[in-house]
Design a protein around this ligand. Structure first.
Ligand code: SF4
Ligand code: SF4
Length: 388
Protein backbone atom coordinates (compact mmCIF):
# COMPACT_ATOMS: atom_id res chain seq x y z
CA UNK A 1 0.00 0.00 0.00
CA UNK A 2 1.30 3.43 -0.90
CA UNK A 3 1.30 5.83 2.03
CA UNK A 4 0.32 9.42 1.39
CA UNK A 5 2.73 11.85 3.00
CA UNK A 6 1.42 15.16 4.26
CA UNK A 7 4.30 17.57 4.82
CA UNK A 8 3.81 20.30 7.38
CA UNK A 9 6.30 23.00 6.49
CA UNK A 10 5.25 25.19 9.38
CA UNK A 11 6.41 22.37 11.65
CA UNK A 12 9.80 22.40 9.92
CA UNK A 13 10.04 26.17 10.35
CA UNK A 14 9.19 25.87 14.03
CA UNK A 15 11.87 23.22 14.60
CA UNK A 16 14.43 25.38 12.79
CA UNK A 17 13.32 28.27 15.00
CA UNK A 18 14.15 26.19 18.07
CA UNK A 19 17.84 26.56 17.26
CA UNK A 20 18.04 23.69 14.78
CA UNK A 21 18.81 25.91 11.81
CA UNK A 22 21.57 23.64 10.42
CA UNK A 23 19.35 20.63 9.82
CA UNK A 24 19.17 21.30 6.06
CA UNK A 25 22.88 20.49 5.74
CA UNK A 26 22.12 16.84 6.47
CA UNK A 27 22.73 14.53 3.48
CA UNK A 28 21.58 11.34 5.21
CA UNK A 29 24.94 9.65 5.54
CA UNK A 30 23.81 7.88 8.72
CA UNK A 31 26.97 8.55 10.73
CA UNK A 32 24.93 10.06 13.55
CA UNK A 33 22.85 6.89 14.00
CA UNK A 34 25.96 4.73 13.85
CA UNK A 35 27.74 6.63 16.61
CA UNK A 36 24.74 7.30 18.88
CA UNK A 37 25.34 5.32 22.07
CA UNK A 38 21.64 4.56 22.61
CA UNK A 39 20.51 4.02 19.01
CA UNK A 40 20.06 0.53 17.56
CA UNK A 41 19.69 -1.38 14.31
CA UNK A 42 15.92 -1.75 14.63
CA UNK A 43 15.17 1.84 15.51
CA UNK A 44 18.17 3.90 14.47
CA UNK A 45 18.23 7.59 15.27
CA UNK A 46 18.74 10.51 14.77
CA UNK A 47 19.22 10.12 10.99
CA UNK A 48 15.57 9.35 10.32
CA UNK A 49 14.43 12.27 12.49
CA UNK A 50 16.59 14.55 10.33
CA UNK A 51 14.78 13.56 7.13
CA UNK A 52 11.38 13.60 8.81
CA UNK A 53 11.90 17.18 9.89
CA UNK A 54 13.37 18.17 6.51
CA UNK A 55 10.24 16.81 4.86
CA UNK A 56 7.89 18.26 7.47
CA UNK A 57 6.61 14.84 8.62
CA UNK A 58 5.41 16.10 11.93
CA UNK A 59 3.30 13.20 13.15
CA UNK A 60 6.04 10.67 12.43
CA UNK A 61 8.63 12.70 14.24
CA UNK A 62 6.43 13.28 17.27
CA UNK A 63 5.01 9.77 17.57
CA UNK A 64 8.36 8.03 17.93
CA UNK A 65 9.99 7.13 21.21
CA UNK A 66 13.45 8.02 19.87
CA UNK A 67 13.26 11.75 20.56
CA UNK A 68 12.86 11.08 24.28
CA UNK A 69 15.28 8.16 24.44
CA UNK A 70 18.00 10.56 23.28
CA UNK A 71 19.69 12.06 26.31
CA UNK A 72 21.47 14.90 24.49
CA UNK A 73 24.98 13.55 24.86
CA UNK A 74 26.09 15.38 21.69
CA UNK A 75 28.02 12.45 20.19
CA UNK A 76 26.04 12.59 16.93
CA UNK A 77 26.77 16.30 16.48
CA UNK A 78 30.47 15.74 17.22
CA UNK A 79 30.74 13.21 14.37
CA UNK A 80 28.34 14.69 11.79
CA UNK A 81 30.44 15.39 8.64
CA UNK A 82 28.07 18.21 7.60
CA UNK A 83 27.81 19.88 11.01
CA UNK A 84 24.03 19.58 10.77
CA UNK A 85 23.88 19.34 14.59
CA UNK A 86 21.44 16.42 14.88
CA UNK A 87 21.55 16.66 18.69
CA UNK A 88 20.04 20.13 18.38
CA UNK A 89 17.28 18.78 16.15
CA UNK A 90 16.45 16.08 18.70
CA UNK A 91 16.35 18.69 21.47
CA UNK A 92 14.15 20.96 19.36
CA UNK A 93 11.78 18.05 18.72
CA UNK A 94 11.52 17.43 22.43
CA UNK A 95 10.73 21.09 23.10
CA UNK A 96 8.12 21.04 20.36
CA UNK A 97 6.56 17.81 21.58
CA UNK A 98 6.05 19.18 25.10
CA UNK A 99 3.95 21.98 23.61
CA UNK A 100 2.28 19.61 21.15
CA UNK A 101 1.08 17.13 23.77
CA UNK A 102 0.36 19.69 26.51
CA UNK A 103 -3.15 19.40 27.91
CA UNK A 104 -4.52 22.07 28.21
CA UNK A 105 -2.55 23.27 25.24
CA UNK A 106 -2.46 26.87 26.40
CA UNK A 107 0.04 26.04 29.14
CA UNK A 108 2.36 24.36 26.64
CA UNK A 109 2.33 27.50 24.50
CA UNK A 110 2.65 29.82 27.52
CA UNK A 111 5.71 28.01 28.89
CA UNK A 112 7.49 28.31 25.56
CA UNK A 113 7.04 32.08 25.06
CA UNK A 114 8.58 34.78 27.27
CA UNK A 115 5.62 37.09 26.73
CA UNK A 116 3.45 34.82 28.92
CA UNK A 117 5.91 34.75 31.81
CA UNK A 118 4.28 37.61 33.77
CA UNK A 119 0.90 35.87 33.43
CA UNK A 120 2.34 32.56 34.59
CA UNK A 121 3.83 34.21 37.68
CA UNK A 122 0.67 36.21 38.30
CA UNK A 123 -1.25 33.05 39.18
CA UNK A 124 0.85 31.90 42.18
CA UNK A 125 1.44 35.49 43.32
CA UNK A 126 -2.31 36.23 43.28
CA UNK A 127 -3.10 33.01 45.18
CA UNK A 128 -0.45 33.69 47.83
CA UNK A 129 -1.56 37.32 48.24
CA UNK A 130 -5.17 36.17 48.55
CA UNK A 131 -4.15 33.76 51.34
CA UNK A 132 -2.25 36.54 53.12
CA UNK A 133 -5.23 38.88 52.76
CA UNK A 134 -7.60 36.20 54.05
CA UNK A 135 -5.39 35.66 57.11
CA UNK A 136 -5.05 39.39 57.73
CA UNK A 137 -1.28 39.14 57.22
CA UNK A 138 -0.97 41.67 54.40
CA UNK A 139 -0.56 44.66 56.70
CA UNK A 140 2.86 43.81 58.15
CA UNK A 141 5.37 41.13 59.04
CA UNK A 142 4.84 38.83 62.03
CA UNK A 143 6.63 39.89 65.16
CA UNK A 144 8.98 37.96 67.45
CA UNK A 145 11.07 34.90 66.53
CA UNK A 146 11.02 34.16 62.81
CA UNK A 147 8.61 31.32 62.12
CA UNK A 148 7.43 31.12 58.53
CA UNK A 149 4.22 29.42 59.64
CA UNK A 150 3.23 32.71 61.27
CA UNK A 151 3.01 34.23 57.79
CA UNK A 152 1.64 31.18 55.96
CA UNK A 153 0.29 28.56 58.37
CA UNK A 154 1.43 25.04 57.46
CA UNK A 155 -2.11 23.99 56.61
CA UNK A 156 -2.35 26.57 53.83
CA UNK A 157 1.08 25.76 52.43
CA UNK A 158 0.32 22.02 52.41
CA UNK A 159 -3.11 22.55 50.83
CA UNK A 160 -1.66 24.87 48.18
CA UNK A 161 1.03 22.45 47.16
CA UNK A 162 -1.29 19.45 47.28
CA UNK A 163 -3.47 21.28 44.74
CA UNK A 164 -0.43 22.21 42.63
CA UNK A 165 0.80 18.61 42.60
CA UNK A 166 -2.71 17.32 41.85
CA UNK A 167 -3.05 19.64 38.85
CA UNK A 168 0.43 18.70 37.65
CA UNK A 169 -0.37 14.98 37.89
CA UNK A 170 -3.57 15.49 35.87
CA UNK A 171 -1.66 17.44 33.21
CA UNK A 172 1.12 14.84 33.17
CA UNK A 173 -1.32 11.94 32.79
CA UNK A 174 -3.18 13.69 29.98
CA UNK A 175 0.00 14.63 28.08
CA UNK A 176 1.65 11.25 28.68
CA UNK A 177 -1.49 9.42 27.53
CA UNK A 178 -1.62 11.43 24.30
CA UNK A 179 2.04 10.66 23.58
CA UNK A 180 1.54 6.97 24.37
CA UNK A 181 -1.50 6.81 22.12
CA UNK A 182 0.44 8.51 19.29
CA UNK A 183 3.27 5.97 19.60
CA UNK A 184 0.82 3.07 19.60
CA UNK A 185 -0.99 4.47 16.59
CA UNK A 186 2.27 4.65 14.66
CA UNK A 187 3.15 0.98 15.13
CA UNK A 188 1.10 -2.09 14.26
CA UNK A 189 2.66 -4.49 16.77
CA UNK A 190 1.50 -4.68 20.38
CA UNK A 191 3.53 -4.31 23.55
CA UNK A 192 4.41 -6.56 26.47
CA UNK A 193 3.29 -6.35 30.10
CA UNK A 194 3.01 -2.76 31.26
CA UNK A 195 3.90 -3.57 34.87
CA UNK A 196 6.99 -5.56 33.95
CA UNK A 197 8.11 -2.68 31.75
CA UNK A 198 7.37 -0.19 34.54
CA UNK A 199 9.53 -2.09 37.04
CA UNK A 200 12.40 -2.22 34.53
CA UNK A 201 12.13 1.45 33.65
CA UNK A 202 12.12 2.53 37.30
CA UNK A 203 15.34 0.57 37.80
CA UNK A 204 16.85 2.11 34.68
CA UNK A 205 15.94 5.61 35.82
CA UNK A 206 17.38 5.04 39.26
CA UNK A 207 20.74 3.78 37.98
CA UNK A 208 20.96 6.21 35.02
CA UNK A 209 22.55 3.43 32.95
CA UNK A 210 21.85 5.04 29.57
CA UNK A 211 23.61 8.24 30.56
CA UNK A 212 26.76 6.24 31.17
CA UNK A 213 26.97 4.60 27.78
CA UNK A 214 28.82 7.38 25.98
CA UNK A 215 31.46 7.23 28.73
CA UNK A 216 31.71 3.45 29.06
CA UNK A 217 31.57 2.75 25.32
CA UNK A 218 32.99 5.80 23.51
CA UNK A 219 32.79 5.55 19.73
CA UNK A 220 35.98 7.49 19.08
CA UNK A 221 38.28 10.11 20.47
CA UNK A 222 36.28 13.25 19.64
CA UNK A 223 35.05 15.09 22.72
CA UNK A 224 31.30 15.31 23.19
CA UNK A 225 29.95 18.00 25.43
CA UNK A 226 28.09 15.69 27.74
CA UNK A 227 30.74 13.43 29.21
CA UNK A 228 29.79 15.10 32.48
CA UNK A 229 26.12 14.27 31.98
CA UNK A 230 25.96 11.04 33.94
CA UNK A 231 27.25 12.52 37.20
CA UNK A 232 25.58 15.90 36.76
CA UNK A 233 22.15 14.51 35.99
CA UNK A 234 22.54 12.02 38.83
CA UNK A 235 23.24 14.90 41.27
CA UNK A 236 20.25 16.92 40.06
CA UNK A 237 17.97 13.88 39.98
CA UNK A 238 18.79 12.62 43.47
CA UNK A 239 18.98 16.17 44.82
CA UNK A 240 15.46 16.79 43.58
CA UNK A 241 14.22 13.43 44.91
CA UNK A 242 15.78 14.26 48.28
CA UNK A 243 13.97 17.60 48.42
CA UNK A 244 10.68 15.92 47.52
CA UNK A 245 11.27 13.38 50.31
CA UNK A 246 12.13 16.22 52.71
CA UNK A 247 8.94 18.14 51.89
CA UNK A 248 6.83 14.98 52.20
CA UNK A 249 8.45 14.14 55.56
CA UNK A 250 7.74 17.63 56.90
CA UNK A 251 4.10 17.25 55.81
CA UNK A 252 3.84 13.88 57.57
CA UNK A 253 5.52 15.29 60.69
CA UNK A 254 3.10 18.20 60.89
CA UNK A 255 -0.10 16.33 60.07
CA UNK A 256 0.42 13.06 61.91
CA UNK A 257 2.76 13.96 64.76
CA UNK A 258 2.03 17.66 65.36
CA UNK A 259 5.74 18.25 64.91
CA UNK A 260 5.60 21.90 63.86
CA UNK A 261 8.26 23.80 61.90
CA UNK A 262 10.97 25.09 62.14
CA UNK A 263 12.84 21.85 62.77
CA UNK A 264 16.37 21.95 64.21
CA UNK A 265 19.36 21.82 61.84
CA UNK A 266 20.56 18.49 63.25
CA UNK A 267 17.24 16.75 62.49
CA UNK A 268 17.77 13.93 59.91
CA UNK A 269 15.06 15.36 57.64
CA UNK A 270 16.68 18.80 57.79
CA UNK A 271 20.07 17.23 56.99
CA UNK A 272 18.51 15.35 54.07
CA UNK A 273 17.05 18.63 52.78
CA UNK A 274 20.35 20.51 53.04
CA UNK A 275 22.42 17.72 51.45
CA UNK A 276 19.86 17.32 48.64
CA UNK A 277 19.75 21.08 48.05
CA UNK A 278 23.56 21.19 47.88
CA UNK A 279 23.64 18.31 45.36
CA UNK A 280 21.09 20.16 43.26
CA UNK A 281 23.06 23.41 43.41
CA UNK A 282 26.28 21.69 42.35
CA UNK A 283 24.54 19.85 39.50
CA UNK A 284 22.84 23.01 38.26
CA UNK A 285 26.11 24.96 38.46
CA UNK A 286 27.75 22.37 36.18
CA UNK A 287 24.83 22.57 33.74
CA UNK A 288 25.07 26.39 33.72
CA UNK A 289 28.81 26.20 33.21
CA UNK A 290 28.49 23.94 30.18
CA UNK A 291 25.65 25.91 28.60
CA UNK A 292 27.41 29.27 29.06
CA UNK A 293 31.10 28.39 28.99
CA UNK A 294 31.02 25.73 26.27
CA UNK A 295 28.22 26.89 24.01
CA UNK A 296 29.72 25.51 20.81
CA UNK A 297 29.88 21.98 22.19
CA UNK A 298 26.90 22.17 24.50
CA UNK A 299 24.52 22.70 21.59
CA UNK A 300 21.31 24.60 21.66
CA UNK A 301 19.85 26.33 24.70
CA UNK A 302 16.37 27.63 24.09
CA UNK A 303 14.11 29.82 26.20
CA UNK A 304 12.53 26.66 27.66
CA UNK A 305 15.97 25.35 28.75
CA UNK A 306 16.92 28.57 30.49
CA UNK A 307 13.52 29.08 32.08
CA UNK A 308 13.63 25.65 33.67
CA UNK A 309 17.23 25.91 34.86
CA UNK A 310 16.81 29.43 36.23
CA UNK A 311 13.53 28.78 38.06
CA UNK A 312 14.90 25.58 39.58
CA UNK A 313 18.12 27.31 40.63
CA UNK A 314 16.20 30.26 42.12
CA UNK A 315 13.87 27.92 44.01
CA UNK A 316 16.85 26.16 45.60
CA UNK A 317 18.70 29.42 46.24
CA UNK A 318 15.71 31.08 47.95
CA UNK A 319 15.19 27.90 50.00
CA UNK A 320 18.72 28.18 51.39
CA UNK A 321 18.31 31.96 51.76
CA UNK A 322 15.15 31.49 53.85
CA UNK A 323 17.01 29.19 56.20
CA UNK A 324 20.03 31.52 56.47
CA UNK A 325 17.95 34.67 56.97
CA UNK A 326 15.85 32.94 59.63
CA UNK A 327 18.96 31.88 61.50
CA UNK A 328 20.36 35.43 61.17
CA UNK A 329 17.04 36.75 62.56
CA UNK A 330 16.56 39.14 59.61
CA UNK A 331 12.76 39.17 59.52
CA UNK A 332 12.47 42.03 56.99
CA UNK A 333 14.33 39.88 54.44
CA UNK A 334 13.37 36.39 55.57
CA UNK A 335 9.58 36.70 55.15
CA UNK A 336 9.65 38.32 51.68
CA UNK A 337 12.22 35.72 50.58
CA UNK A 338 9.89 33.01 51.82
CA UNK A 339 7.08 34.51 49.73
CA UNK A 340 9.33 34.42 46.63
CA UNK A 341 10.40 30.85 47.45
CA UNK A 342 6.80 29.65 47.68
CA UNK A 343 6.00 31.39 44.39
CA UNK A 344 8.90 29.67 42.63
CA UNK A 345 8.14 26.23 44.05
CA UNK A 346 4.47 26.57 43.09
CA UNK A 347 5.56 27.63 39.60
CA UNK A 348 7.82 24.59 39.26
CA UNK A 349 5.18 22.16 40.46
CA UNK A 350 1.99 23.34 38.82
CA UNK A 351 3.61 23.89 35.40
CA UNK A 352 5.72 20.72 35.54
CA UNK A 353 4.12 18.88 32.58
CA UNK A 354 4.38 21.95 30.32
CA UNK A 355 7.92 23.11 31.04
CA UNK A 356 11.29 21.49 30.51
CA UNK A 357 10.43 19.56 33.65
CA UNK A 358 8.00 17.71 31.37
CA UNK A 359 10.88 15.44 30.41
CA UNK A 360 10.02 13.56 33.61
CA UNK A 361 6.72 12.64 31.96
CA UNK A 362 7.67 12.18 28.32
CA UNK A 363 11.02 10.50 28.75
CA UNK A 364 9.51 8.03 31.20
CA UNK A 365 6.61 7.38 28.80
CA UNK A 366 9.02 6.81 25.89
CA UNK A 367 11.16 4.47 27.99
CA UNK A 368 8.06 2.55 29.11
CA UNK A 369 6.83 2.20 25.57
CA UNK A 370 10.21 1.15 24.21
CA UNK A 371 10.74 -1.33 27.02
CA UNK A 372 7.27 -2.75 26.56
CA UNK A 373 7.96 -3.28 22.83
CA UNK A 374 11.27 -4.88 23.66
CA UNK A 375 9.67 -7.30 26.11
CA UNK A 376 6.92 -8.21 23.62
CA UNK A 377 9.56 -9.30 21.14
CA UNK A 378 11.41 -11.27 23.77
CA UNK A 379 14.44 -9.03 23.48
CA UNK A 380 15.09 -8.78 27.17
CA UNK A 381 18.40 -7.06 27.57
CA UNK A 382 19.94 -4.21 29.45
CA UNK A 383 18.92 -0.57 29.47
CA UNK A 384 21.01 0.20 26.43
CA UNK A 385 18.60 -1.75 24.25
CA UNK A 386 15.66 0.51 24.96
CA UNK A 387 15.88 2.08 21.56
CA UNK A 388 15.23 -1.22 19.77
S1 SF4 B 1 22.84 14.58 10.59
FE1 SF4 B 1 24.95 14.52 9.86
S2 SF4 B 1 25.69 12.48 10.44
FE2 SF4 B 1 23.44 12.44 10.55
S3 SF4 B 1 22.77 11.67 8.57
FE3 SF4 B 1 22.77 13.90 8.47
S4 SF4 B 1 24.78 14.45 7.63
FE4 SF4 B 1 24.94 12.34 8.33
S1 SF4 C 1 22.52 13.44 21.33
FE1 SF4 C 1 23.45 11.48 21.93
S2 SF4 C 1 21.70 10.18 22.49
FE2 SF4 C 1 20.89 11.90 21.32
S3 SF4 C 1 20.77 11.18 19.22
FE3 SF4 C 1 22.74 12.23 19.47
S4 SF4 C 1 24.20 10.64 19.99
FE4 SF4 C 1 22.14 9.80 20.32
Amino acid sequence: MIEKLEPDLDFKRRIIGLDARDLSYCYQCGTCSAVCPVSSEENPFPRKEMIWVQWGLKERALSNSSIWLCHQCGTCSAYCPRDAKPANVMAALRDYSITHYATPRFFGVALSHPKYLPLLFALPVAILLAILAGLGNLGGLPEGRIVFAKLFPDFYVEALFDIAVGLAVLGALAGGARYWSAMRGARADGGGSFWTALAQVIREILDHGQFKRCIDEPVGSRPTHQTHLYKTHLAVFYGFLGLVATTASVGVGIHFFDYLTPWPLWHPVKILGNVSGTALVVGLAVFFWHRIGEQARAGKSTYADWLFLIILALAVFTGFACESLRLADLAALAYPTYFVHLTLVFFLLVYLPYSKFGHLVYRTTAMLYARSQLNARGLVADASDLAK
